[in-house]
Design a protein around this ligand. Sequence first.
Ligand code: WTA
Length: 657
Amino acid sequence: MELTTQKHRSFEPSDDARAGANIAGMEAYRALVAQAEHDYEGFWARLARETIEWHEPFSKVLDESNAPFYTWFEDGELNASYNCLDRHVAAGHGERVAIIFEADDGAVTRVTYAQMLARVSRLANALKRRGIARGDRVVIYMPMSVEGIVAMHACARIGATHSVVFGGFSAKSLHERIVDVGAVAIITADEQMRGGKTLPLKPIVDDALAMGGCEAVESVIVYRRTGGEIAWNAGRDCWMHDVVANESDVCEPEWVGTEHPLFILYTSGSTGKPKGVQHSTGGYLLWAAQTMKWTFDWKREDVFWCTADIGWITGHTYIAYGPLALGATQVVFEGVPTYPNAGRFWKMIDDHQVSLFYTAPTAIRSLIKAAEADERVHPARYDLSSLRIIGTVGEPINPEAWLWYRQHVGALRCPVVDTWWQTETGGHMITPLPGATPTVPGSCTLPLPGIMAAVVDETGQDVPDGQGGILVVKRPWPSMIRTIWGDAERFTKSYYPQELGGALYLAGDGAVRDTNTAYFTITGRIDDVLNVSGHRLGTMEIESALVSHELVAEAAVVGRPDETTGEAVVAFVVLKRGCPRGEEAAQLAKALRDWVGKEIGPIAKPKDIRFGDNLPKTRSGKIMRRLLRSLAKGEAIAQDTSTLENPDILNQLGQAR
Ligand code: WTA
């Protein structure tokens, strides 16, 4: 294949990968794309009928009358937990393993679909007994665990909307989310285990609730993971094992309308506080299941493993919902890829005969480094022959890492699916299909059937292929974000901006499409969102955290490319008492780093902090971020600095610390 703007050769799916694939060959892909183009609503309605078991069938498909607040299959009724559990048990698959759970210390437990259903039902009954009902919001602050997934499904079962907060977030971040979502209950654990260490969870919940404004929270349900010592508030706190002890393992699911909010998941935006991305039940579940079949070519014999955390969208769609909706067997892992050594992933693939593996470019890059340094943790040392398809998500993957992954993990045999999507899209959007799409390192290739992705300019006009622009989606799709919880105006402004005409979904990424293949390559965020190790961070959030420190007068945060984490956080800080030097500067940098860790969470800690007497500003007082970006990268300043009020400042800020 000739590729004009692509530097790398392409890899055709092998005959093995193509044979019997759910979408076998490009003709099959093109036929689906054509179906969606020819009859958009009919296409989605067919998938929705095939993939979901409806309690009440829908008669309406897409309603665009209140754009951009689109609805899908609105008059249908279903329950997500029923679709993920009961229907498999009813079909005689109760004894099939749903989850192979591997703990941090290597202990393995298997949970069948029948056991999952019983556990979810018991917890659902316990939630009801504590007064939690349809429409209530429940915050889940849990380690990677079967119990975390059970908690999500228990909420879904009774029509409560869950909001999972990643266990690495600080008390302050947790507090902000509890208040914003208006939670009535919190499900947490005493502690979590990661890399052989215990880390607190319940104490952080206590701190968050003590910050005030959380009076609506009546129950804190605590899963005992480690047995570590924790404080107890007798009126409010209860052990998970106690509350489920006498509950029935039968719980009639609450049938909800298709648009009922299944969950709200907070993510960073370019301005202000994190956004509560609200997802529907039916449209979301449809795409979670459908993309498992298409992108991962899921078949009954597969053992699926997604290494994400349930605190992120990837863990929602490709751990808690997608695999279970199909009745799949999946591995769930509590720990970290480098403990007890950096061969952990490869050993687990071998031990559990994983066939579909899904992880983040950051993990791959750090495991490449480890394998190159120590041949004992090289994937070649393990038997990875069970693998069939390997995938990546969360950030751009550099071609070198992609090629290594294909060669050393995929044995030059497994298709690599580089999946582009977002918290807001609910599921995969642009990705190769393992039995159809020729892959090219660094490109997420083509939109899934039914996804109308395009590249436009600042006015919303299509740009020619080969020319970079703004990534948009031209038509609504079932698993899309419904609104920002409590802020419909921000939803419209963020995702359907008037500048683009108001009818295009703005992803926030830049992209370029190849002139020959029409393949998409994502060029990174076009807003003030950073992507560090696949975690989304708003520069404004980190700046607010820094300026809330008593010594800080001003701060500006930018990203800088990083070999391992993709991007790294660089903070430029002006102290109230002037610019520190030497040892004092080093100590203050550490203090501020820890401060950000406490304010937001360790993932947001700046890698590099530079102090100065001021920030580079225009005469009108605007911070010149593009100069800061160049300084952060250590580039010579080639840009015009004549509009700068204080050009000398650039020398001072150029010093890394
Ligand atoms: C980035 C994660 C390049 C992108 C599922 C997007 C990617 C943001 C890819 C969403 C990919 C995700 N290639 N960039 N395959 N996948 N991104 O909401 O910038 O945590 O907008 O969802 O990650 O991050 P989020």
